[in-house]
Write a protein that binds this ligand. Structure first.
Ligand code: SF4
Length: 433
């Protein structure tokens, strides 16, 4: 028998808009779960008073220093008893999802059953760090719930000043734009550094994210301290049959207005097939009997636009690899930052390649652990100490291809170098007499 529902006039309003409301989901769970009834009572109070009533604390499971987000209700009566007792403890378990978020329905059903048995039934797939968020569990049920999840093969994610649960896009399993094995890269890096996830000892949070191409489906550039993004360094591949299909469906106007003119670097052009350039780095595909789409690959910045709008007709090249960016974060004390590219290209195919990536990730975490101030993210640390010091510290050679954004801000400027060389030569001449 569940408790009677509280009146929730303000929450009810949230169901009146055009979109599905989380309130409908909460009400459904509250039909046979007292914890959710009381959660809705507390939430309605918060809406009425415009105050939050959750405070943190310390809750965990054996052997781990993090992964549980403790939430205790502060709404108490005159005797100090919780006003909404069934939701007085409403902790969250952060659990690592499979790389690429692949589940089968059997596992999803088991996860739902488990959480209805031990917790509130409320699960969020997935948090911004990638976690499966099992929300709403009492302190007493945290350990049994985790033990059962662990039996199923799931492990605790990161919380607090620690390596956070990582994310990779669905990638090679289902996406033709994929340029590396995203799931393998995620598991290699996270398994190598798992101690930093389970025993928080870093100055602040540290996130890895893995996207198979520049579309960056997991927001790695904006939302991770180290972003691994798939790319290629040869020419865009073309498929003439699919390019003609595109033309049959969309026509020349769309090709010109939606594809060619939207290339940010003007690397695309329409040519008479007879006049297509044969120069190195130029590829082309016939779009009509007489005309071809010409791609100047040296000028392409791999923005993915043309590949996205002509699916299958244009595809990433075959010489695939990754670019690595560091220091992204949506809002920092220094403002929002996008990752800075510190490795323009590296191959990621052989075991040695994955080992090199693991070594680099370890040096970056170690450098962050030793040099960041408390509550400072990687991007802020780099901003404070300077990129050159960071690169030296992690052992990356400075390269003119390191950019903050395409076509601007090369960190290696060559203006003035000729004068410097001339000065040095003059000095030498003087010394020689
Ligand atoms: Fe231009 Fe390259 Fe972007 Fe295509 S992927 S639109 S060629 S910059």
């Amino acid at each position: 028998m569940t408790k009677k529902m509280y009146d929730t006039p303000m929450l009810d309003q949230l169901e009146s808009g055009p979109w599905p409301s989380f309130v409908t989901g909460l009400k459904r769970l509250a039909k046979d779960n007292d914890m959710m009834v009381d959660l809705m009572g507390q939430l309605e109070t918060s809406y009425q008073t415009r105050k939050g009533y959750w405070k943190g604390g310390t809750v965990g499971v054996f052997g781990y220093g993090g992964g549980v987000i403790p939430r205790f209700s502060e709404l108490k009566d005159d005797q100090g008893k919780p006003i909404y007792p069934a939701a007085a403890e409403f902790h969250t378990l952060r659990i690592q999802p499979p790389a690429g978020m692949h589940y089968n329905t059997e596992i999803l059903r088991k996860l739902c059953d488990l959480w209805e048995k031990h917790g509130s039934g409320l699960i969020a797939l997935h948090g911004q760090s990638g976690d499966i968020m099992f929300q709403g569990v009492s302190t007493a049920n945290v350990q049994p719930a985790f033990d059962e999840l662990n039996e199923m093969g799931f492990d605790m994610g990161g919380a607090g000043p620690a390596l956070r649960t990582s994310m990779s896009c669905v990638g090679a399993a289902r996406c033709e734009m994929s340029n590396f094995d995203e799931a393998k890269a995620l598991r290699t890096i996270i398994n190598d550094n798992i101690d930093d996830m389970h025993r928080p000892a870093l100055p602040y949070k540290f996130k890895f994210k893995f996207s198979g191409c520049g579309n960056d489906c997991v927001n790695a550039i904006q939302r991770s301290d180290m972003a691994v993004i798939g790319t290629w360094r040869d020419s865009i591949r073309v498929n003439e049959a699919l390019a003609k299909d595109y033309m049959a469906k969309h026509g020349m106007e769309k090709l010109v207005n939606d594809v060619i003119s939207r290339c940010p670097t003007k690397a695309l052009s329409l040519k008479n097939t007879a006049n297509v350039s044969r120069a190195d780095g130029i590829s082309s595909v016939a779009v009509t009997d007489t005309q071809s789409l010409q791609i100047d690959n040296h000028n392409c910045v791999r923005c993915m636009h043309c590949l996205n709008v002509m699916p299958g007709a244009l595809l990433p090249g075959t010489d695939k690899g990754v670019s690595i960016l560091v220091g992204g974060k949506s809002v920092l004390k220094i403002g929002a930052t996008m990752g800075t590219m510190v490795v323009p290209f590296m191959k990621l195919e052989s075991d040695e390649d994955f080992e090199a990536l693991a070594t680099l990730s370890r040096s970056i975490i170690d450098f962050f652990a030793e040099n960041a101030l408390e509550h400072e993210r990687t991007g802020e640390m780099i901003d404070r100490i300077g990129l050159v010091n960071f690169l030296e510290g992690v052992g990356i050679d400075i390269d003119a291809n390191m950019v903050l954004e395409p076509r601007s801000n090369p960190y290696v400027r060559t203006d003035g170098w000729d004068e410097e060389v001339e000065k040095a030569a003059e000095h030498k001449r003087k010394i020689a007499g």
